[in-house]
Design a protein around this ligand. Structure first.
Ligand SMILES: [Zn+2]
Length: 197
């Protein structure tokens, strides 16, 4: 079986400085098979089956991010030694993964105007909210009122367009929600009628 020193030597041969923090303080070796190497400076930990034989290092997977969280997006993924030696590629990949994550988060936050499981009461509350919103975007209360600061820097006509679009948007939401309430009322009545007959 290989010694800890041999494993550290192999890692140092390919990575004199840590792929993530660039420090050259060497690596702590751990694991029953001595297949984990941890940067003594930032704490980032890698795993590779190549350490067991200790002949050639081909791939590394980041097992733990550094203490400050750097590399978290690359965790538990296998990358080639070439990749870990290329700090630009590392930065680029981390940014790309974080970007995809942001988009996914945003997509999961999309709010529907209403959901079928909403109760009539919730729909009515939502309609009231939209009505309030329309009033807020109303001419007098926006240009000179509390929302005035939000529109500062926009021209008069731009501000007027924004207000108008906001009001139309809220108005459409109200129509959609009212339609749902009417539809529910009608199907309810149909059911009652069917029972009576
Ligand atoms: Zn490090």
């Amino acid at each position: 079986m290989v010694t800890k020193e041999e494993v550290e030597q192999l890692m140092l041969q390919y990575f004199p400085s840590c792929p993530l923090c660039r420090a050259n303080e060497g690596y702590e070796i751990s694991g029953a098979f001595k297949n984990y190497v941890q940067c003594r400076s930032c704490g980032a930990k890698w795993e590779s089956p190549d350490f067991v034989k200790c002949e050639e290092l081909k791939e590394l997977q980041l097992w733990e991010a550094s203490y400050d969280g750097k590399g978290d997006s690359l965790k538990r993924k296998k990358y080639s030694v070439k990749f870990w030696q290329d700090s630009k590629a590392i930065e680029k990949t981390m940014k790309a993964i974080e970007k995809t994550k942001e988009v996914k988060d945003m997509e999961s936050k999309v709010e529907l105007i209403f959901r079928p499981e909403m109760t009539d009461r919730q729909l009515q509350d939502s309609i009231v909210k939209s009505l309030e919103e329309i009033t807020r975007w109303d001419y007098g209360s926006t240009l000179y009122g509390k929302l005035g600061s939000l529109l500062s820097g926009t021209s008069f006509s731009e501000a007027a367009t924004i207000r108008l679009l906001r009001a139309i948007f809220e108005q459409n939401k109200i129509l959609i929600m009212q339609n749902e309430l009417i539809y529910r009322g009608l199907t309810q009545r149909q059911k009652i009628n069917a029972k009576v007959q």
